[in-house]
Design a protein. Structure first.
Length: 136
């Protein structure tokens, strides 16, 4: 089974989520992941992860994409060791919904401290269609 990887450095400013969405869509389509609805969910997730990295991450954000067969993981690394957490019901409603959002549009996530920063990984829903064979 083919294993595919991509690593995309991202700028520190407000344009980072848009750049990440475009890069992710280009990488996944190049690997033959072309289902529109699935790609839409993937770009929503990466946009949220990168927005959080820009807002809280102290720079150095990177998008990592890893695929094996019909399974895809998205990772965003940044320079903050503060791990993401779910918003509690008693907190102000105007922010903090990111992880709840990621939960809704993915098959799971994890975060770990790496040196002075962190990696947040998200497993996307299994790609629809069992005949997917991404090129080598």
């Amino acid at each position: 089974m083919n294993e595919l990887n991509a690593d995309v450095p991202l700028p520190d400013g407000p344009e980072a989520p848009s750049i990440a969405r475009t890069a992710l869509r280009s990488v996944l389509q190049g690997w033959a992941f072309t289902d529109r609805d699935w790609l839409y969910d993937a770009t929503l997730v990466v946009s949220e992860l990168v927005s959080n990295a820009v807002r809280h991450g102290r720079g150095g954000a990177r998008l990592r994409v890893h695929a094996v067969g019909d399974q895809v993981r998205l990772g965003v690394a940044d320079n903050s060791a503060q791990l993401p957490r779910r918003r509690h019901d008693d907190e102000p409603a105007e922010s903090g919904w990111g992880i709840t959002f990621v939960d809704a549009f993915s098959a799971g996530w994890q975060a770990e401290v790496k040196g002075n920063g962190k990696d947040v990984w998200v497993r996307l829903a299994t790609y629809p269609g069992s005949d997917l064979s991404p090129p080598a």
